[in-house]
Design a protein around this ligand. Structure first.
Ligand code: TPP
Ligand code: MG
Length: 637
């Protein structure tokens, strides 16, 4: 090889990553916006040294390896998968801490590049600190645990392996259909080893993200199916947003009159006040979308993976002759529900389908019914926003306050607990990126880290993180990083002393909220919550059946560097939201809410199996109800 440069493997990796670009629709951008990492003996002298030497690839600290993967995934989600961040760790626990983050990214089809340190390739000093040994193979380390949660996985045992592995990694990361977590395990000795790399490896490379068109015959057949349908419904998934197809979708909907329901990842595809926007569909759906879905004879799924929340565990679509057309970049998703697959980019496909449909429109009666349902749903949201529950606020009024008072250009970030279901129904989305929910993995702890990723992706937007006390206690420490990097978040911390969501689920399944409250044990037991919805609602500190814990989350947030506003009432919350806008660093608005006042379900269900035999009457009753709904689950063949 003529032109070579002697670099360590780690230096070569950083040099390569720095020169990777993506292009879509003629806009080019660097793919990696920086590297997050926590150093230990497994990466400090390898990737750590390379990052110190090349400051043009910005290095960021984090407090926890799981959190940094969430930051990267949220960044990529907000950037419509066209840019992301790299994550490097030491070996052992630092590496395995990233596994939950990797799974979260992969489930949500979000690109993140993970570089965990690994045990020595040369092996002579084994077992090294934190090495999990195997009696059966020298070719195993804890990093093998990344295999099922990665879309591409490799271990770099020789410096020259990166010549093949890095381009493969880039192909997967930038492929809309194949993307997810990519893991390159980096043995700590190999990271520091030098090799004469061809300089061509470090030349600028542009990965072009295509807008693939589906098969022409399939498109024509799809147009025939749509013309034949009486009650078609579009289900807009995350693919609509990633493809930047919201304008194309609106044009398609206005031309055809087909109404739209949205998944968790797809919410924001339509503005909430469009007359044909029915809002959330499925288990956490609105009355409007779910009533239409129950009777739909054709579902056009766009960029959706049809999770059980979207299909209400296969009970949402009850027309016996229902058919599906799936527009998806991934064949895997396009073929679900025995659909007519349109394998292609959402925007390109919608544009072509619209042309083929000519002057087709749904009947006036069907359209009018949809817009009428839209209006009734809007009135229901008004009703829930206006509830003033005392002594503790309801979650619906808190969501209403944040939605009304938050900057309309802001982004709201959430992931787990009772908030996602309520937000899916109640949040009024005014722009495509306003509703950022990680609900593929619904990973407690994503919220604050994810908020930071969004803020880094678009520093000029206000970011509201809505987080429960349970999620907060799992992973709040990226508040420190937000302070360190000057990335302001407004965190609305909703404290109900435990798990409102699983408490309600548990009560609905007959298990009485067992183990879902944060309280001292009674007679050595975690204890149940309220046995029935009719029992009086009392704040934990006044409820004689509960011995509350002396925990002060406001003080906790303050100690991490945040400005904290404590509020007890709705008026205090309104004032806090106003004050928060004037503060230029991370603010935590700490409010207590009532763990028993919920937002109802609307014509939907979610399959969580109940014990077939039990000594508890409430469980027996729940089982009966479950069997009735289970019988409605359908196969689409
Ligand atoms: C990492 C993780 N562990 C467990 C769960 C199961 N789970 C879902 S919601 C929830 C409770 C969330 O509590 P909190 O954040 O306080 O929200 P709330 O339910 O009170 O609204 C649990 C344990 C999960 N989604 N993620
Ligand atoms: Mg809670």
């Amino acid at each position: 090889m003529t032109n070579t440069r002697k670099l360590t493997t780690a230096q070569a990796v950083i040099q390569f990553l720095k020169h990777q670009y993506v292009e879509r629709d003629g806009v080019e951008r660097p793919f990696f916006a920086g590297v997050f990492g926590i150093f230990g003996h497994g990466n400090v002298a390898g990737l750590g040294q390379a990052l110190m030497q090349y400051p043009e690839m910005r290095y960021y600290q984090t407090r926890n390896e799981q959190a940094m993967v969430h930051i990267a995934a949220a960044y990529a989600k907000h950037k419509n998968r066209l840019q992301t961040l790299v994550c490097t760790t030491s070996i052992g626990p630092g590496a395995t801490n990233m596994i939950t983050g990797a799974a979260t990214a992969t489930v949500n089809r979000l690109p993140v590049l993970l570089l965990p340190g690994d045990i020595f390739a040369r092996r002579n000093v084994a077992p090294v600190l934190q090495q999990l040994e195997s009696e059966h193979s020298q070719d195993i380390s804890v990093n093998d645990c990344f295999k099922p949660v990665s879309r591409y996985w490799d271990r770099i045992n020789r410096p020259d392996q990166i010549l093949l592995s890095l381009p493969e990694a880039m192909h997967v990361l930038t492929s809309p259909a194949d993307t997810g977590a990519v893991t390159l395990a980096m043995p700590q000795d190999v990271q520091a080893e030098a090799w004469d790399y061809p300089t061509a490896l470090f030349e600028k490379r542009v990965w072009r993200v295509p807008r693939n068109r589906p098969d022409v015959a399939a498109l024509r057949r799809a147009a025939d199916w749509i013309r034949a349908a009486k009650r078609p419904l579009i289900i807009a998934g995350g693919g609509v947003l990633y493809s930047e197809a919201t304008e194309a979708l609106r044009a398609f909907v206005e031309a055809t009159g087909i109404p739209v329901g949205e998944t968790m990842a797809g919410k924001g595809s339509m503005r909430y006040d469009h007359p044909l926007a029915l809002g959330a569909v499925g288990a956490t759906g609105t009355s409007a979308a779910n009533l239409i879905a129950q009777e739909a004879d054709l579902v056009i799924g766009i960029g959706t993976r049809y999770s059980d929340f979207t299909t209400a565990s296969k009970t949402q679509f009850q027309d016996p002759n229902i058919r599906f057309i799936n527009i998806n970049v991934a064949e895997f998703d396009a073929y679900k529900h025995a659909a007519l697959p349109l394998v292609g980019d959402a925007r390109a496909t919608l544009d072509e389908l619209k042309l083929l449909l000519g002057d087709y429109r749904v009947s006036d009666a069907y359209r009018n019914n949809a817009t009428h349902l839209h209006d009734s749903w809007d009135a229901e949201v008004d009703r829930i926003y206006a509830i003033r529950n005392e002594p503790l606020m309801s979650q619906g009024e808190i969501i209403g306050a944040v939605n009304d008072l938050g900057d309309p250009e802001a982004v709201m970030v959430c992931a787990a607990g009772s908030l996602p279901g309520d937000l899916h129904k109640l949040w009024r989305t005014r722009h495509p990126k306003q509703y950022h929910l990680e609900y593929g993995y619904s990973c407690m702890g994503y919220e604050i880290a994810g908020g930071l990723g969004v803020k880094m992706a678009e520093p000029n937007r206000e970011v509201y993180v809505m987080v429960g006390d349970g999620s907060y206690l799992m992973l709040a420490n990226e508040i420190v990083t937000s302070i360190q990097e000057g990335m302001k978040l407004t965190i609305v911390l909703i404290d109900n002393r435990g798990y409102k969501s699983i408490g309600a689920l548990s009560r609905s399944l007959g298990t009485q909220g067992f183990g879902t409250r944060y309280a001292f044990p009674k007679q050595g037991q975690a204890g149940v919550a309220k046995a029935s919805e009719a029992a009086p609602v009392l704040p934990s500190d006044q409820d004689p059946t509960v011995d509350p814990l002396p925990v002060d989350l406001a003080m906790n947030a303050r100690s991490l560097g945040a400005e904290v506003i404590d509020c007890q009432t709705y008026d205090e919350l309104l004032a806090a939201l106003k004050t928060a806008k004037e503060i230029d660093r991370t603010v935590v608005i700490h409010c207590h809410n009532d763990r028993y006042v919920g937002v109802p379900g609307y014509h939907s269900w979610w399959d969580v199996p109940v014990a077939e035999v039990s000594e508890v009457d409430t469980v027996k009753a729940a089982r009966e109800e479950w069997e009735e709904m289970r019988a409605k689950e359908r196969y689409f063949l």
